[in-house]
Design a protein around this ligand. Structure first.
Ligand SMILES: [Zn+2]
Length: 146
């Protein structure tokens, strides 16, 4: 991982203020963002929120926030919805937030580490991944399986 320059770090620290880093949750991807909180130009904005304030950062500065892991997983499944998010706790957290329902959560956890899925299961994983991506403002690149 690249080292963050002190001046960039300083700007991020100012933006974050007194809210602990763990309290900044990944909110959405904003494709129309052009500027990171550190001042650098960006193509894709990763939006983190502390509940009252949103911070938009680029693909490098997102690593400043512990919740970047979720952002990374979501970017991965948006590029290939046949991939699993491989994280039981994240699935449970998505269910607790009402982003996916209980059935979807159970299905996901049952098949989370399976690489070989039946066509029916794969369609289901696709559908759930797309639902999660849509919630976070990410567009899945692949078409639906038919
Ligand atoms: Zn930045």
């Amino acid at each position: 991982m690249k080292t963050i320059k002190p001046e960039i770090r300083k700007r991020l620290e100012i933006a974050v203020g007194s809210t602990p880093l763990h309290d900044w949750k990944f909110k959405t991807v904003n494709l129309s963002s052009t500027k990171c909180e550190c001042g650098q130009g960006i193509h894709t904005g990763y939006v983190f929120t502390n509940g009252t304030k949103d911070i938009t950062v680029g693909s490098t500065c997102r690593y400043y926030f512990p919740d970047y892991i979720i952002a990374n997983i979501l970017v991965k499944i948006s590029k290939d919805p046949s991939k699993s998010i491989f994280n039981d706790w994240l699935v449970i957290s998505l269910e607790n937030q009402g982003i996916i329902n209980e059935w979807e959560s159970n299905f996901y956890i049952d098949t989370i580490r399976k690489r070989k899925l039946s066509v029916k299961q794969l369609k289901c994983r696709y559908r759930i991944n797309k639902k999660i991506c849509k919630y976070y403002g990410l567009t899945c690149y692949l078409e639906d399986l038919e």
